[in-house]
Design a protein around this ligand. Structure first.
Ligand code: PLP
Length: 375
C-alpha cells in the first residue's frame, strides 16, 4: 500500500499515541473537578496548551481549544460583524462561513498567491476581518501573510488618522502549516490563527484558535464556561496532550522533513511521464499537483486504488461530493486541466522506494487509460 494523501489525513504518530494513552484510562478525571488527581490533569492540560502555544510564539491563555479546525475557523468569524474578505481558495470551513456572513472573495494570481492589488481594492472603511490561509490545502501554496499584515497595518494607520474607528483583523487558517513551516504569530502579524492536530500526526477532532489579546469573540457553545467561556464542554484532555506531542515532533523534524520531501518531489517528478506540473514554486515540498491531459483523474484515482496507491483529486470533502475544485478554477486552469489533476501529498508513511514505485504505477495507469481512450 502506498498512501499519498497526507494533506487529507495523517496517522497518529506512535509517540503521540503513547503520550495520549494514560489520559484515556488512569488519568481520566475531569479537569474542572476539585480533588487533587483532577487538579493534576488540569495542570497537564494547561501545560500541553502551553507547548502548542509556544511553537507559534504565544501563551496557553491565547489558545481556545476546539474540536478541529472547522470549529476554530467558525469561532474566528464570530469576531466580525462588519465586512469580511476571504481568499477565494480557502478551505470550505472558511469559505462557507465567510459566504454566510456576506464576505467577499479576494482573487488569487495564477501562481496561487493572493492578488495583493485586489486585496487593496476591496478593503473599505467597513472591512473588519480578512481571512487568508497560511498554506492552501490543495496546492500547498504558502501565502505571503506578513505582506498582507503590512497592508493591514497601513490601512489601520490611515483609518486612525481619519478617525475611522472600525477594527481590522487578520485571520489565518494554518491547518496545513505546522509540519513544514516555523510559524510565529508575531512575525506573521495575525490576530487569529487556526491550528489542526489532524494534519500533523496528531488525533482528529482537535484544533485550536489563537486569539490575540483584545480580540473579542462570541461563544461557539454555551455551558460550563471552559476555554474562556468561548467553547464550553469538558476538555478533550487526551486530544490536547496528543496535539502537544505532535507539535513538538513536527518542530523537531521540520528541517529534516523539508529536505526529505524536496528530494522526493524531485525524484517523483523525474520518474513521472507525460504530465503537466500544476503546483507552484511557493508550495510546501510535500505537495505535488500534476495534470494528465485527456485523463479523467477521478477514474485514475479509482484505477490507482486497485493497485493500492491512494491519491486525491483535490480536497477530500469536495472529492466525496463529486465537486470540481474551486481552487484549481481560481488559478485559471481549464476544465480539461482540472479534470486531469491529481494531488499527491507525501508524508511519514512513505519512503524513497515508495515514491519511485508510485511514479511507476501512475505512469502505467495513465498509459493504459490513454490506450483505452484512444481505442
Ligand atoms: N482548513 C484546512 C486548510 C484543512 O486542510 C482542513 C482539513 O480538512 C480543515 C480546515 C478542516 O479541518 P477539520 O476537518 O479537522 O475540522
Amino acid at each position: 500500500m502506498i498512501y499519498l494523501d497526507h494533506a487529507a489525513a495523517t496517522p497518529v504518530d506512535k509517540k503521540v499515541f503513547a503520550a495520549m494513552a494514560p489520559y484515556f484510562t488512569e488519568e481520566f478525571y475531569n479537569p474542572s473537578a476539585a480533588y487533587l488527581p483532577a487538579k493534576k490533569i488540569s495542570a497537564d492540560y494547561e501545560a500541553a496548551k502551553g507547548v502548542i502555544a509556544h511553537t507559534i510564539g504565544a501563551k496557553a491563555h491565547d489558545l481556545i481549544v476546539t474540536a478541529g479546525a472547522t470549529e476554530a475557523n467558525n469561532l474566528a468569524f464570530t469576531a466580525a460583524h462588519g465586512e469580511i474578505l476571504y481568499l477565494t481558495t480557502e478551505h470550505d470551513s472558511v469559505r462557507r462561513v465567510a459566504e454566510a456572513k456576506g464576505g467577499k472573495a479576494i482573487k488569487v494570481l495564477p501562481s496561487g498567491l493572493i492578488d495583493l492589488e485586489d486585496l487593496r481594492r476591496q478593503i473599505t472603511d467597513k472591512t473588519e476581518l480578512i481571512s487568508v490561509s497560511l498554506v492552501n490545502n490543495e496546492l500547498g501554496v504558502i501565502q505571503p501573510l506578513a505582506e498582507v499584515a503590512g497592508i493591514i497595518r497601513e490601512i489601520k494607520l490611515d483609518r486612525m488618522r481619519r478617525g475611522v474607528k472600525q477594527q481590522l483583523l487578520l485571520h489565518s487558517d494554518a491547518s496545513q502549516a505546522l509540519n513544514l513551516l516555523d510559524v510565529s504569530v508575531a512575525r506573521l502579524g495575525v490576530d487569529l490563527m487556526t491550528l489542526n492536530a489532524a494534519k500533523i500526526y496528531g488525533p482528529k477532532g482537535i484544533g485550536a484558535l489563537y486569539v490575540a489579546h483584545g480580540v473579542r469573540l462570541e461563544p461557539l457553545t454555551l455551558g460550563g464556561g471552559q476555554e474562556n467561556g468561548l467553547r464550553s464542554g469538558t476538555e478533550n484532555v487526551p486530544g490536547v496532550i496528543g496535539f502537544a506531542e505532535a507539535v513538538r515532533l513536527a518542530k523537531e523534524h521540520l528541517n529534516g522533513n523539508r529536505k526529505k520531501y524536496a528530494k522526493w518531489k524531485k525524484i517523483f517528478l523525474s520518474e513521472l511521464s507525460d504530465y503537466e506540473l500544476i503546483d507552484k514554486k511557493h508550495a510546501l515540498d510535500n505537495f505535488v499537483v500534476v495534470s494528465f491531459d485527456g485523463i479523467d483523474a477521478e477514474r485514475l484515482v479509482f484505477l490507482l486504488e486497485a493497485e493500492e496507491v491512494y491519491v486525491a483529486t483535490g480536497a477530500a470533502c469536495a472529492a466525496s461530493k463529486g465537486v470540481r475544485s474551486h481552487v484549481l478554477k481560481a488559478i485559471g486552469l481549464s476544465e480539461r486541466q482540472i479534470a486531469g489533476s491529481l494531488r499527491i501529498t507525501f508524508g511519514e508513511t512513505n519512503d524513497e522506494i515508495q515514491v519511485r514505485e508510485a511514479a511507476r504505477i501512475i505512469n502505467k495507469a495513465v498509459r493504459e487509460e490513454r490506450a483505452r481512450i484512444n481505442g
